[in-house]
Design a protein around this ligand. Structure first.
Ligand code: GLN
Length: 564
C-alpha cells in the first residue's frame, strides 16, 4: 500500500465508489435486459424472430460503442467526465423505457370481418401474426405473391389461403411509443458506450504499475457487477412481470439514478486519477461556440441517432458484416501497436491484444447460458427440486450468485499467492479459464450420458455443476482480462483498448449464437418431436466444443511463457 493512501479493506477507497456506481449500472442493465425480449414479444407483439434480432443488435451495440466512448476519454474527456455523461444518458434511457405506450395496431379486413395484426405486419417478407381471441396465428406472404398463407387457420378462423385482392390492411394507430422504445434503447447504447469501458479503466488507474493488488481489486469490482445483476433479477424482473412493465423499467431507471448520484457525490475519492489529459484542450473551440468538450457530448448524440436507426433496421444486417467488423478492428489494433509504439510499450500492447482475442473461446462457450443451455435446461433436465418444478429462468441466478460468493475468495487467494510469490501469471489464468469452459460442457455431457440414450431427463445437479465450473473460469478470465488491459495498454490508449476488450466480448456473444444454432432441435409448438435425437445432438455439439476449448486451453498454457 503506497504511503498516505486512504484505503478500505486494503484497497484504495476510490474502488468502492466504482464498485457501487457499476453495481447500479449493471442493476439497471441486467434488470432491463431480463424483461426486454418478453416486452418486445408480449407488449409490442413483435414476432420471435424480429425480437431476437433486435435483442441481438441491442446487446452487441451496447458493447461495440465502448470503443468510441473509450477513445474519446483517452484523447479529450478523461474517464471521470465520460462516466458521468454515460450515466446521465443511461438515466434518460432507462427512464424513457418506463413510458410504455400501448403498441401500434394494424387491422386486416376480410369478408367484412376485422382481424388485428401484430406490429411487424408492415409489408416486407417477415411472417406476420394475427391476434385472435384464443391466441395468435402466423400468416406469411411476400410482396407480389398472389395469396396469403395462414399457418394455423383454425386458430383465427380464416381459410388456409386468401387471395391478395380479397383482403385489405390499414394501420389503425401509429404509436409514437414504438419510436420512444427505439430512442430509449439508443440512449442506453450510447450511455453504456461512454460508461462501461471507462469505469473499468478508472479501476486500473487506482493502482500503480507494480501494484500486486490490481487483479484482486478487479475481482472485487467484478463482484459489484454481479451483485447488481443478482439484485435486479430478484426485483426488476419480478416487479416488471407482476405489476407491469413500466414499474420494472422505472425501477431500473431509479437504480441508475442512484448510480449517477453515487458517482457525482464521491468522485473526489478518485483523487484526480481519471481527469482529462488537458483542460485547455477541452476548452478549445472546434466550430462556432462549440468547444472540444461539447463536441464529445454531441458525438454521444450522434451515437444515439446511429444506434436508433440500426436497432430499427436490425433485421437487415448481414452475418458477414459482423465478421468483417471483427477482422477490421483486429487489423487496426495490431496496426496501432506496430506503427505507433516501440520497444516494451509495443510488446505490452501486443500482449493486451492477445488477451482481448483470447477471451473469445471463453465467452463463445460461456454465453450458451442464455441460449442453448437455457433451452436444454427447459426441455431435457428434470428440474424437480424439493417437490416443485423449478422454472428455467431461475437457474440464471446461479452464475451471479456463485460470483458473489467466490469473487472475494478469489480476490483473497490472488493476494495471498502474490505474497508468497506463487500467483499464476495472467496468461496461465486465461488458459485455465478457457479449459474450464470446455470442462464444464464435458461434465454436462457426462450427466447426459448417465441418463442413458433414451428419453430420460438429465439430473439437475449437472446444471449446478456446469454453472459452477463456468463461473470459476469466468473469474480467471473476465476480471483478470480487465486488469491486464489496464496494465498493458499505454496510458494514452487504455480507454480505447478497454473498449476493444468489450467489443470482442460482444462479438463472442455472436459466435455463441452460431454454436447455439447448431444444437437446434425440431419442435412442434415448442415441444421436442424426438427427445432421444435432441439429446444426441446436444451430446455431439457440446462434446465437440468441449474438446476444442480444452485443446485451446492447453495450447494457451504452452503459449503462456512467451506472452508473459
Ligand atoms: N458480466 C460481465 C459484465 O456485465 C461481463 C460482460 C462482458 O464482458 N460481456 O460486465
Amino acid at each position: 500500500i503506497p504511503p498516505g493512501e486512504k484505503t478500505i479493506l486494503g484497497h484504495p477507497r476510490g474502488l468502492f465508489i466504482l464498485f457501487f456506481t457499476e453495481m447500479w449500472e449493471r442493476f439497471s442493465y441486467y434488470g432491463m435486459r431480463g424483461l426486454l425480449v418478453l416486452y418486445l414479444t408480449q407488449h409490442f407483439l413483435f414476432s420471435d424472430e424480429r425480437s431476437a434480432v433486435m435483442y441481438g443488435a441491442y446487446t452487441a451495440l451496447v458493447y461495440v460503442m465502448t470503443i468510441i466512448g473509450g477513445s474519446l476519454a483517452d484523447k479529450y474527456l478523461g474517464q471521470r467526465k465520460a462516466v458521468t455523461y454515460g450515466a446521465i444518458l443511461l438515466v434518460m434511457g432507462h427512464g424513457l423505457m418506463a413510458f410504455e405506450g400501448s403498441g401500434s395496431k394494424e387491422i386486416l379486413t376480410y369478408e367484412g370481418q376485422e382481424y388485428q395484426i401484430a406490429l411487424d405486419g408492415r409489408g416486407g417478407d417477415a411472417p406476420q401474426i394475427i391476434i385472435s381471441d384464443s391466441g395468435q396465428s402466423v400468416i406469411t406472404f411476400s410482396d407480389g405473391a398472389k395469396e396469403m398463407l395462414i399457418e394455423q387457420p383454425d386458430v383465427v378462423g380464416l381459410p388456409a389461403t386468401i387471395p391478395t385482392d380479397a383482403y385489405e390492411t390499414r394501420i389503425e394507430k401509429q404509436d409514437i411509443f414504438v419510436n420512444t422504445l427505439y430512442l430509449a434503447l439508443a440512449l442506453i447504447i450510447a450511455g453504456v458506450g461512454f460508461l462501461k469501458a471507462n469505469i473499468s479503466t478508472i479501476v486500473g488507474a487506482l493502482y500503480d504499475l507494480g501494484d500486486t493488488r490490481r487483479d484482486s481489486g478487479f475481482t472485487i469490482f467484478y463482484m459489484g457487477i454481479n451483485l447488481g445483476s443478482l439484485l435486479s433479477s430478484l426485483t426488476v424482473g419480478i416487479i416488471g412481470i407482476v405489476y407491469g412493465w413500466k414499474w420494472g423499467f422505472g425501477l431500473a431507471g431509479i437504480g441508475m439514478l442512484a448510480g449517477l448520484l453515487t458517482f457525482l457525490f464521491f468522485q473526489p475519492w478518485l483523487e484526480g486519477r481519471a481527469d482529462p489529459p488537458s483542460y485547455e484542450k477541452l476548452k478549445e473551440k472546434v466550430l462556432g461556440p462549440i468547444n472540444v468538450e461539447w463536441a464529445c457530448y454531441l458525438t454521444g448524440l450522434g451515437i444515439v441517432i446511429f444506434a436508433m436507426l440500426t436497432v430499427m433496421n436490425a433485421h437487415l444486417i448481414e452475418e458477414w458484416f459482423v465478421g468483417l467488423l471483427g477482422i477490421l478492428i483486429f487489423v487496426f489494433l495490431v496496426g496501432y501497436a506496430v506503427s505507433r509504439l516501440k520497444g516494451t510499450e509495443r510488446d505490452r500492447m501486443l500482449a493486451a491484444i492477445y488477451f482481448i482475442l483470447a477471451q473469445i473461446p471463453f465467452w463463445a462457450l460461456f454465453e450458451q447460458a442464455g441460449s442453448s443451455l437455457t433451452l436444454f435446461t427447459d426441455r431435457l433436465v428434470d428440474r424437480t427440486m424439493f417437490g416443485i418444478s423449478v422454472p428455467t429462468p431461475v437457474f440464471q441466478f446461479l452464475n451471479a450468485g456463485y460470483i458473489v460468493v467466490f469473487a472475494p475468495i478469489f480476490a483473497w487467494m490472488w493476494m495471498a499467492l502474490a505474497r508468497r510469490k506463487m500467483e499464476p501469471s495472467a496468461p496461465v489464468k486465461f488458459a485455465f479459464g478457457v479449459f474450464l469452459a470446455g470442462l464444464g460442457f464435458l461434465s454436462l455431457v457426462g450427466g447426459i450420458a448417465a441418463s442413458g440414450s433414451g428419453v430420460a431427463m438429465t439430473a439437475v445437479y449437472f446444471i449446478f455443476l456446469i454453472y459452477w465450473i463456468h463461473t470459476m473460469g469466468e473469474l480467471m478470465v473476465s476480471p483478470v482480462g480487465l486488469s491486464q488491459v489496464t496494465k498493458l495498454a499505454p496510458a494514452r490508449a487504455v480507454g480505447m483498448s478497454m473498449g476493444a476488450w468489450f467489443l470482442y466480448s460482444g462479438l463472442s456473444n455472436y459466435l455463441a449464437g452460431v454454436i447455439a444454432r447448431a444444437t437446434g432441435a425440431e419442435t412442434i409448438g415448442g415441444q421436442l418431436t424426438d427427445i432421444a435425437a435432441a439429446k444426441a445432438t446436444y451430446v455431439e455439439v457440446y462434446t465437440n466444443v468441449a474438446y476444442v476449448a480444452m485443446g485451446v486451453g492447453v495450447f494457451m498454457l504452452l503459449l503462456s511463457p512467451i506472452i508473459k
